[in-house]
Design a protein around this ligand. Structure first.
Ligand code: PEP
Length: 247
């Protein structure tokens, strides 16, 4: 039985003052004990967020694939863990696009996260041209095969399906499209890692809000959500947590 996971991604937003939002989010998490609630904050906020000890799992939005070395401006998984992170997002489409991260980079990042004791949320997703051309499933399953780390299992890994065209746009795929993609991801995972595939949580991400969360979370094989814009305030994020809990 896979627990639901609702994870927020603050991207390059937030400040120490914004950490007060975590208190409202934590209160909702307490009312929804069957749901895991997590927020990936900017690196600079990991320590103060973790020190608040709200019970919300705090994570980073990226880690480097190497354990240490001459990588100016980068942060290793062990550094994020020492600051208080318990998980990291890896392979977000904004990093794949803006920083040119390849599937091999993403795989290394996920493995580095695991080596440092972090869980990982590995993102995959097609651009609109792929969907329009009818190759969305082929693109996403190829991304998955290319970026899946060694030892993939639900003990430490979740996969987030995030169609690039749905991120921050207010557009979402239909429930049927989400379900079909999650079934394809699950099938590819089974092909790649066998039975371990069944423990891996599959999250949907892309313009999830309090208004559409219940519907999207009810799609086939959806174990939770990765939420960008609507994770920045408790007022917007709490209804998504509540939807996952059926409240
Ligand atoms: C994201 O960037 O992971 C995301 C899902 O963003 P949004 O919810 O704002 O579409």
């Amino acid at each position: 039985m896979r627990r639901k996971l609702i994870a927020g991604n603050w991207k390059m937003n937030g400040s120490r003052a914004a950490l007060a939002e975590l208190d409202g989010i934590a209160a909702a998490a307490t009312r929804a004990p069957e749901v895991d609630v997590a927020i990936a904050v900017p690196f600079t906020l990991i320590a103060p967020a973790a020190e608040r000890e709200t019970g919300v799992s705090i994570g980073s939005q990226d880690v480097h694939g190497a354990a240490k070395g001459a990588h100016t401006g980068c942060v290793s998984a062990a550094m994020a863990a020492e600051a208080g992170a318990r998980f990291s997002i890896v392979g977000h489409s904004e990093r794949r696009a803006d920083q040119g991260e390849t599937d091999a980079d993403v795989r290394a990042k996920a493995e580095a996260a695991r080596a440092a004791g972090l869980s990982a949320i590995l993102c995959v997703g097609e651009v609109l041209a792929d969907r329009d051309a009818g190759r969305a499933e082929a693109v996403v399953t190829a991304q998955l095969a290319g970026s899946l780390p060694e030892g993939a299992s639900g003990e430490w890994l979740s996969i987030a399906y995030e169609p690039v065209w749905a991120i921050g746009t207010g557009r979402t795929p239909t429930v049927e499209e989400v379900g079909a993609m999650h079934r394809a991801i699950r099938a590819e995972l089974r092909r790649l890692v066998g039975e371990a595939a069944d423990s891996v949580r599959l999250l949907y991400g892309g313009s999830v809000t309090g208004d559409n969360a219940a519907e999207l979370l009810a799609a086939d094989d959806v174990d939770g959500a990765l939420v960008g814009g609507a994770s920045l305030t408790a007022a917007k994020f709490v209804p998504i947590v509540e939807a996952a809990a059926g409240l």
